[in-house]
Unconditional design. Structure first.
Length: 470
């Protein structure tokens, strides 16, 4: 059973979720007994966390650096439902963590988990003029982003504040090369079907160096759909976007001016050359096998604000390939990795790899097209169980967050080697077994930040990263 927000708050004052528990824990206790499938050793077996929060291999440690319900420096409360997150270098030893909050605008329950508190008594501290949208009663929607200023040297959270407000269901997103966070709404709410005043399903941009709330401006040319995550190619400025639907598509956005997304551009969906309307999931028959490569083509999608919430269906009818719940996406060295959370014959996940054309987005890419590979496909839920957010580690491995709500199988952090072998890095053992999300490394590669979505916990994990055994 998941903890309820009332367990974290007392009246309008934040009560710590970990009263009596250490905020910094080293993995030094006995090994756990849970079995899981590892194809390589990784960092060795997990050891039991005496605080019952997060198990790690021996020699690793975590620090709790933020919790839902804490009072921030702007007088608002840290909202719940932590999700995607980016990490940016600031001056000296400080970094900015820009973090999503997947609070659904149309949910009255989520209203109570927002920055205003149980009765929204703190909403007066929020500049409503900068918020994107409100409920029909005029109160600002609870979704958006918070920014944490964290000192890598002292291990302390220096400051927290609301940086985007009035959005809905901010799931994942991605970092830009020019120092901002793109936060994505995973919803298609609109006034006709939800308690909102505007249409939702857009991408918003938040500068990492913002000192407070920024104006919420939807990047409408990037489409209106159930956005999950984005990744930017610094070579071209092209933005790649995933869609969290069982019949979703994989998109790219070619900006009119690289680095200035607000100036618009062209949205396209990926198709497989020679396989019009392909289904990459392997649900009904096997379209491809692990290691296979397919040549990609890109087709224009039209009416991208999609008033009928049918962008993916129209794109598929025009030949675009389906991806089963595209979620996390992250750039590696000249390539992108993305998760298809419910792909594969058992519906427990795939990881795809996309290598752009040397002439990506240009006239010559038809001669040298981009290529898509089925990189990982799980056939055992103990090996990988619904991978969601992911990041590329400084040493080239993938770190993947599991998003599986099960009373028996815990959510893990999984590692993936460059040749697609899996190992276990960590395990959520906190009450409720919420999904792990927002994994991102510090710029110096020393610290992995990760979120436990419910009730909202951000961890800073350190350890002997170079000791991984493959």
């Amino acid at each position: 059973m998941r903890l309820q927000r009332r367990d974290l708050l007392t009246g309008s004052a934040a009560a710590l979720a970990f009263t009596g528990l250490a905020r910094s824990v080293h993995a030094q206790s006995v090994a756990t007994e849970e079995t899981y499938v590892n194809e390589v050793q990784g960092y060795g077996p997990l050891v039991r966390d005496p605080n019952g929060l997060f198990d790690l291999p021996e020699g690793f440690a975590y620090r709790v650096i933020s919790q839902g319900g804490e009072t921030m420096d702007d007088g608002l409360l840290v909202p719940g439902q932590f999700d995607g997150m980016g990490c940016f270098a600031l001056e000296g030893s400080r970094v900015a963590l820009v973090r999503n909050h997947e609070l659904k605008g149309g949910s009255r329950t989520h209203r109570n988990w927002g920055p205003g508190g149980l009765n929204q008594e703190r909403l007066g501290a929020l500049d409503a003029a900068k918020a994107y949208d409100t409920y029909k009663d005029g109160r600002v929607l609870p979704g958006g982003t918070t920014t944490l200023i964290y000192d890598m040297k002292s291990g302390e959270t220096v400051r927290q504040f609301m940086s985007l407000a009035g959005t809905s269901t901010n799931c994942c997103g991605g970092m830009t090369p020019w120092g901002s966070w793109l936060t994505c709404e995973e919803t298609e709410e609109k006034p006709a079907n939800a308690d909102v005043m505007k249409e939702h399903g857009y991408v918003f941009e938040v500068p990492a160096n913002a000192h407070g709330l920024v104006e919420a401006v939807p990047l409408k040319a990037m489409g209106r759909f159930d956005h999950e995550a984005v990744a930017v190619d610094p070579r071209t400025g092209i933005v790649y976007l995933t869609e969290d639907k069982a019949d979703g598509l994989f998109y790219r956005f070619i900006p009119n001016t690289p680095g200035k997304l607000v100036e618009g551009g062209r949205l396209q969906a990926m198709a497989i050359r020679g396989a019009r309307g392909a289904d990459t999931s392997n649900h009904d028959g096997r379209f491809w096998s692990v290691g296979d490569w397919k040549s990609a083509e890109w087709i224009d999608v039209h009416d991208v604000e999609s008033p009928d919430d049918d962008l993916r269906r129209r794109g598929h009818a025009d030949g675009a390939a389906r991806v089963a719940r595209g979620e996390g996406i992250h750039r590696g060295e000249g390539e992108f990795f993305l998760t298809a959370t419910s792909g594969g014959p058992i519906g427990r996940g795939q990881i795809l790899r996309y290598v752009p054309s040397p002439m990506e987005g240009g006239m010559g890419e038809r001669l040298r097209p981009g290529r898509l590979q089925l990189f990982v496909e799980t056939t055992d839920e103990k090996a990988l169980n619904m991978g969601d957010n992911l990041t590329v580690a400084p040493w080239g491995h993938l770190i993947v967050c599991e998003d599986n709500y099960s009373s028996e199988l815990r959510n893990h952090l999984k590692g993936v080697t460059p040749d697609g072998k899996l190992y276990t890095l960590g395990r959520n053992v906190f009450h409720g077994n919420a999904e792990l999300c927002g994994c991102v490394f510090s710029p110096d590669g020393s610290t992995l930040f990760v979120n436990i979505q419910y009730p909202g916990i951000t961890l800073a994990i350190t350890g002997p990263w170079t000791s991984v055994r493959t």
